[in-house]
Unconditional design. Structure first.
Length: 160
């Protein structure tokens, strides 16, 4: 594996634990691929960070540009940020952002697919009954992708 360059603004770097917390709580991020004709291709997407295996899971269709690009080159970048906070008496937001570089692959184990769909859905659906109804309707058609993280960095930035 190639060596990654060090973060230039290292004083703003946040811990791995803080990065994971942002990954767990943020509802969505941007997944970027090596795109067609030399252009990057980046999409907003919901995610679930699984603490059991340290991977990020996404769901979507079984075919389309995203899948074609992944099959051509599975190295991707996933970027997410939190809602931010203001310090007492300050107007500017303080925002934590996380960048994950890694390799994306299709999950093929049916049990794992449904398990990760349920975990992702718990971030959005109000009840378990609604989750199960959605899985009953569309579970057979869902595609789940797993991002194995090769590098994760995070930083806290003050917007002033």
């Amino acid at each position: 594996m190639n060596e990654f360059r060090k973060m230039r603004r290292f004083k703003q770097e946040v811990s791995k634990e803080e990065c994971i917390e942002v990954l767990k709580t943020a509802p969505r991020g941007i997944l970027a691929f090596n795109g067609e004709n030399g252009y990057p291709y980046a999409i907003p997407i919901n995610q679930f960070y699984d603490e059991n295996d340290g991977k990020i899971y996404f769901h979507g269709a079984k075919e389309g540009l995203k899948i074609d690009l992944m099959n051509a080159n599975n190295k991707v970048c996933f970027t997410v940020m939190d809602e931010g906070f203001r310090k007492e008496g300050e107007w500017a937001l303080n925002i934590k952002s996380v960048i994950c570089l890694g390799r994306l692959e299709t999950v093929t184990d049916n049990e794992k697919i449904l398990d990760e769909c349920r975990r992702l859905a718990r971030k959005f659906y109000p009840t378990e009954e609604e989750i199960e109804e959605e899985i009953r309707k569309d579970g057979a058609r869902v595609n789940v992708l797993a991002l194995t993280i090769d590098r994760m960095t995070g930083k806290l930035v003050n917007e002033s």
